[in-house]
Design a protein around this ligand. Sequence first.
Ligand SMILES: Nc1ncnc2c1ncn2[C@@H]1O[C@H](COP(=O)(O)OP(=O)(O)OP(=O)(O)O)[C@@H](O)[C@H]1O
Length: 261
Amino acid sequence: MEPLLRSEGLGLRYAPGGTAGTEALADVGLTVARGEFVSLLGSSGCGKSTLLRLIAGLLPPTAGGVHWSAPPGPGDIGFVFQEPTLMPWATVADNVRLPLDLAGVAKAEARERAAEQLARVGLVDVAAAFPRELSGGMRMRAALARALVTRPRVLLLDEPFAALDEITRFRLNDELLALWQETGVTALFVTHSVFEGVYLSTRIAVMSPRPGRIVAEMAVDLPRPRRPYLRTEAGFGVLCREASALLAAAMGDSAGGGGMP
Ligand SMILES: Nc1ncnc2c1ncn2[C@@H]1O[C@H](COP(=O)(O)OP(=O)(O)OP(=O)(O)O)[C@@H](O)[C@H]1O
């Protein structure tokens, strides 16, 4: 597969005010191919969000770098955070349109593209509503639409569904997969959940505790489209156990993750 981006010797030390600081990432080597859905799995504080921020160019690395097959331009990277981070004073449609307004896209085209994304995530009926009028799941759909409105090459998702109830989370898992397949965007998804990682991904990359490194990778060769009943099938359970064991080993658990997380 054609690589989209590759990190080599990537490191980040948070060192405010010249202090020794915290080494969040060390020697991260990760290759992501075009069209993949890669989940980053790791314990709390291992540097998953930091890695996404480095890839997005929101933080400069203190070692190594991220190499792109073609340098990303404006709008090539979409970012979805754990909180939907919508502007409370703007309508849903205006929130989704914002990246296009910032990029100087003509008003009529921006409106049309925002409407197209709102239709994709099923929010046409609430386009004129304000974020406070929406459920948590709908707010996250709006955040997904806003991230996709620039037609990015890569979508970075930092635990986007962690704050949602399980039914909404499962539904959004399916909706995200449909968006991924429809748009062909490459997805890099941070999660704590082995189950979520296996359900969504083509590949899982497991990180060590801080300073985070990629210590194991696992292909997820389950048929697509993934359907909710997959979660109860034996093959799914086998891969979850495998991912769980890799995560436990990464965390230095000599028992090797006999129990599920
Ligand atoms: N701005 C910052 N200044 C100093 N230290 C930071 C900063 N941001 C993160 N850290 C530290 O860097 C380490 C990695 O943080 P990061 O948020 O990337 O981890 P994470 O794996 O995403 O965590 P979680 O799963 O809990 O969200 C943590 O020890 C964190 O406390």
